[in-house]
Write a new protein. Sequence first.
Length: 162
Amino acid sequence: MSKQPAVGTPAPDFTLPGIVLGQDGLVERADYALDGQRGNPLLLVFYPGDDTAVCTKQLCSYTSDLARFTGLGATVWGISPQGLDSHESFARKHDLGFPLLADTERTVAKAYGIAVPGLGLRRSVFLLDGEGSVRWKHVALAGLSFVTTDVLAEQLAAVLAG
């Protein structure tokens, strides 16, 4: 397993396929490239699985408070090992408001040092600044809880305050 990127270092670059629910309720499929996000903060939310209890609660919570993140100029991407069809079903079922990216080979999870052989990945959040450097991270030892929107908004505000 690769080492996790340290705070203050560049985040590993990647491009993954993903889906997002459009305003019209239609699903848009596209490739999401980290280097295309330069200039704005980005929250990378790694979660173990679509439609599982804790993941559903986490992503619904982040969707409910999405305006807090976008109000601070940040984008949110959810990343898990499931494919696009699973992501589409999950997003539609819970009306999730941000892109879900498919890391089916777990190459990005491995690059971020959060892949767990035989188990998937550790529930994690990486906050990247506009230059693509890791400014804050939380990697759970056990995926039974998740970082709240209050904590994420505080960390995002601290990064923006510089």
